[in-house]
Design a protein around this ligand. Structure first.
Ligand SMILES: [Zn+2]
Ligand SMILES: [Zn+2]
Length: 395
């Protein structure tokens, strides 16, 4: 069967999902702009707004779009055709943690890319431009494995628990975690104070979360080391150093054992800031640098800084996977499995012709690897493989 049949099949499944859809509206939903990608051609239908959430439900059931987005911004005229006349009123603070932008070693095993101009190709993370001909027309085949999921989850926990709740003091109710539908998580902060922040203020938040511009008193002979329970980055660095020392990194840190012992003991007993000097100071600073690298949060800064961005609407389907952009409780994050909890189609099996797919654990069972073969798989996996361009429906 053709890709046309596959597209029709996906449309039919998405419509089935949206006929029963009961997604919760975002805060002040009538002030938001909505955008839709109706088909594989990829054109975006923008500047849509709804005064009644029932209209949204009807729209989704009728059109079954591949992607559904909404603005993190609130506007006076959300459906105005140009950004100027929309009259911006504010925006939620949004973070994107996406394995697409984070190096994970497992990508060398499961990701591939191909230059569409010169056919040069490779394994692992797709480069921005082709190393051979500099073309930017790169086609990547990316997968999201358990290792990738763990990395995305850890970054999300760090962001939400350490930065947003502990440092910034947001409550659990103000922070919403949503599976992106593909390779990561979106974190939305809805709060009247953040709503008014301009791009510059958001840039500051990005820098803080990414640990940019921290001054570690490098090159000095003396420094003040913080205690483990210090607030903000100070405590984060102290804890990071402590974890490095009680971990197996002592040799890797290239620091003499006596010095690491001194630092370790000091961190254990210190209630306040303590002075480091000479060799201990040098060791401390080099460890602090490593601690920053392990404690910083790997967010896609463009998303946070942009105050007029469209972002996937929670509980809608991702057209590139058929998975649900599921809202997740912070407590549920550690047990979250996208290939189980975010699967929209849970009954039946269908035959698909798979071009290529690595081994994947789906609904708690292992499938694949496949290479140019016709297989019968659960509907949810079929939708996933077809949506991601790795399979076609088979007669
Ligand atoms: Zn090339
Ligand atoms: Zn992986």
């Amino acid at each position: 069967m053709s890709s046309r049949d596959s597209e029709n099949y996906i449309k039919k499944m998405f419509r089935e999902y949206y006929l029963k859809w009961d997604g919760r509206p975002p805060k002040e939903y009538e002030r938001r702009e909505y955008g839709f990608v109706p088909s594989r051609k990829g054109d975006v239908l923008r500047h849509v707004s709804f005064n009644d959430w029932r209209e949204m439900k009807e729209f989704l059931a009728k059109n079954a779009p591949l992607h559904v987005y909404y603005s993190s911004a609130y506007y006076l005229q959300p459906s105005a055709q140009d950004m100027e006349s929309k009259e911006w009123l504010g925006a939620d603070l949004v973070f994107d943690i996406d394995v697409d932008h984070i190096y994970t070693p497992c990508k060398e095993r499961h990701d591939k890319w191909l230059c569409l101009d010169c056919n040069f190709n490779g394994k692992g993370m797709a480069p921005e431009a082709c190393p051979k001909c500099s073309s930017k027309r790169i086609d990547g085949k990316a997968w999201f494995c358990e290792e990738c999921l763990n990395v995305a989850r850890e970054e999300t926990e760090k962001l939400v628990e350490d930065f947003l709740m502990s440092d910034f003091g947001f409550s659990e109710e103000e922070v919403e975690i949503v599976f992106s539908g593909r390779r990561g998580f979106h974190i939305h902060v809805e709060n009247d104070v953040v709503k008014q922040l301009d791009q510059k203020a958001r840039r500051e938040i990005v820098d803080y979360v990414k640990g940019m511009g921290l001054i570690l008193e490098g090159g000095r002979k003396k420094a003040h080391a913080p205690p483990l329970n210090a607030s903000g980055w100070h405590g984060r660095i102290a804890r990071g150093v402590y974890e490095l020392l009680v971990g197996c990194d002592k040799e890797g840190a290239g620091i003499e054992e006596g010095t690491t012992k001194t630092i370790c003991e000091k961190l254990q007993e210190s209630k306040g800031y303590w002075l480091v000097e000479g060799d201990v100071c040098r060791a401390w600073l080099s460890l602090a640098k490593k601690a920053v690298a392990s404690k910083r949060c790997n967010i896609d800064e463009r998303v946070t800084i942009d105050v007029k961005r469209l972002i996937r609407l929670p509980e809608t389907l991702h057209g590139g996977t058929g998975l649900i952009a599921l809202r997740i409780d912070i407590d549920g994050l550690s047990g979250f499995d996208p290939y189980k909890h975010a699967v929209a189609f849970n009954s039946g099996e269908i035959k698909v012709k798979v071009a290529e797919a690595p081994k994947i654990t789906f609904m708690g069972q292992e499938w694949g690897p496949y290479l140019n073969q016709v297989v019968e798989v659960p509907t949810g996996l079929a939708v996933y493989l077809i949506s991601s361009g790795n399979a076609e429906v088979s007669p």
